[in-house]
Design a protein around this ligand. Structure first.
Ligand code: NDP
Ligand code: 2IT
Length: 448
């Protein structure tokens, strides 16, 4: 019927226009369901077809990335950059290097990024990129040659006021360094075109810590609504990369006991907590030696569960920090049955829709990714800000701003949920709060 928004009809259109991109459909459906009451209340969004336009990227770039391996053989990968929405600022979002990357993954991440960036309160549009390149098992020289080849095309699409990529899975300080070097060599410009840079060449203090710390700060805000805290809680964390590492550190500082970490091979269970020298071992293992999580179990004589995820371990708080759809309905049931009452998503879209539904139906405090892990991109925004004014803030200053941003995101999401009749549902709240600012900006800027 003309003038009426129907989620199912809308989703049929999205699926037909973007065939096979199941993660993208999943991300869009959640937002469409959340903003339905907003569209009903504001016919002007519907009339201007804001949602139809928001799910269509402004620009999608796909390119060939050839490179030569250490044996002298030519290798070939595919590169992506999806410039999704620039209504509130230059495109901003990470680059993911992982063999599972295809257009549907980059589009789900880019779509989520629009609302996440809006929630930070900083002027950043949404974008995402990456490649099906697998950095695992590659030498530093191979990674460097790949990054240089990747930037050989990407450089023409990005810029400090156009599009500012950063890291994500498989892209950390090493990769950002090689890409920044290549960009500078090609363009002869030293400018704020990537974030997550090294501290000696324009990076921000606290950016490495930001996503993990931010997810824990967000969890703290959720716990406060029940007059609770991390003190004395058992915490289960998945992943052992950038986000997981600093989530462990901050959760421990706040009095929690983190008992698990994982990688794509399995998980370790350390009932005495991943603290002190054991945490330092993880940092060295994952960031320098690039080894496997099993080595932690071998070294500290704790349980290793091959090929499994950590959700069967009893806990009060769970922080998924690895990848999408890593908590399915069975995992969610196990968590709830074992007494877990708070879940915050450090990773992007780690819970399936059925898992999210189960958490919410069981009164679990649930922090959706676009709110809970926004600390990373928020601090990227602070890095850009420091670059633009030519100054470097102390760690404490960046951390203070990060903390305040996470408090604000929690409050704004909470308030939006309440305003639209879903009190306490931060999925609905974050989607609405993120959406309204972008939608209003699109209305202001006309049909473009
Ligand atoms: P890293 O590459 O540093 O670490 C990723 C971790 O997740 C590794 O332990 C990796 O194990 C594991 N992992 C990756 N893919 C899979 C998989 N398919 N199955 C099981 N385990 C897997 O990435 P980050 O820590 O930066 O990113 C983690 C998550 O956080 C992602 O969802 C990312 O999008 C999200 N995120 C990251 C931000 C950032 O600032 N870095 C900001 C906001 C969100 P293995 O080494 O075996 O592959
Ligand atoms: O998913 C994310 O928000 C990130 N990978 C960080 C993006 C950024 O631009 O810092």
């Amino acid at each position: 019927m003309a003038g009426q928004f129907l989620v199912d009809e809308f989703m049929n259109g999205v699926a037909a226009r973007n065939p096979g991109e199941k993660e993208f459909h999943q991300a869009v459906k959640e937002v469409a369901e959340s903003v339905e009451p907003v569209l009903k209340k504001h016919p002007e969004y519907f009339k201007a077809r804001v949602l139809d336009r928001i799910v269509e990227p402004e620009r999608q770039i796909m390119f060939r990335v050839p490179w030569v391996d250490d044996r002298g053989e030519v290798q070939l990968n595919r590169g992506f950059r999806v410039e999704f929405n620039s209504a509130i600022g230059p495109y901003k979002g990470g680059l993911r290097f992982h063999p599972s990357v295809y257009l549907g993954i980059i589009k789900f991440l880019g779509f989520e990024q629009i609302f996440k960036n809006s929630l930070t309160g900083l002027p950043m549009g949404g974008g995402k990129g990456g490649s099906d390149f697998n950095p695992k098992g590659k030498s530093d020289n191979e990674v460097m040659r790949f990054c240089q080849s990747f930037m050989f095309e990407l450089f023409r699409h990005i810029g400090p006021n156009t599009d500012v990529p950063a890291g994500d899975i498989g892209v950390g300080g090493r990769e950002i360094g090689y890409m920044y070097g290549a960009y500078k060599k090609i363009t002869n410009r030293f400018e704020s075109v990537l974030t997550g840079k090294g501290i000696n060449w324009g990076g921000s203090l606290a950016r490495p810590e930001a996503t993990g710390y931010g997810a824990v700060y967000f969890t703290e805000e959720m716990l406060k609504t029940r007059k609770d805290s991390f003190k004395g809680k058992t915490v289960v964390i998945s992943g052992s990369g950038n986000v997981a590492q600093y989530a462990v550190q901050k959760a421990t500082q706040l009095g929690g006991k983190v008992v698990t970490l994982s990688d794509s091979d399995g998980f370790i269970y350390d009932p005495s907590g991943i603290t002190g020298d054991k945490w330092k071992f993880i940092m060295e293992l994952k960031n320098v030696k690039r080894g496997r999580i099993k080595e932690y179990a071998d070294k500290f004589k704790v349980e290793y569960h091959d090929g499994q995820r950590p959700w069967s371990i009893p806990c009060q708080i769970a922080l998924p920090c690895a990848t999408q759809n890593e908590i399915d309905i069975n995992d969610a049931k196990k968590l709830v049955d074992n007494g877990c009452f708070a879940v915050a998503e450090g990773a992007n879209m780690p819970s399936t829709p059925e898992a999210v539904e189960h958490f919410i139906a069981n009164n679990v405090l649930f922090g959706p990714a676009k709110a809970a892990n926004a600390g990373g991109v928020a601090t990227s925004g602070l890095e850009m800000c420091q670059n633009h004014i030519g100054i470097s803030w102390p760690f404490e200053e960046v951390d203070r701003q990060l903390h305040q941003i996470m408090v604000n995101i929690h409050k704004n999401s909470w308030d939006a949920a309440e305003k639209y009749g879903s009190k306490g549902n931060l999925v609905v709240g974050a989607n609405i709060a993120g959406f309204v600012k972008v939608a209003d900006s699109m209305l202001d800027q006309g049909v473009i």
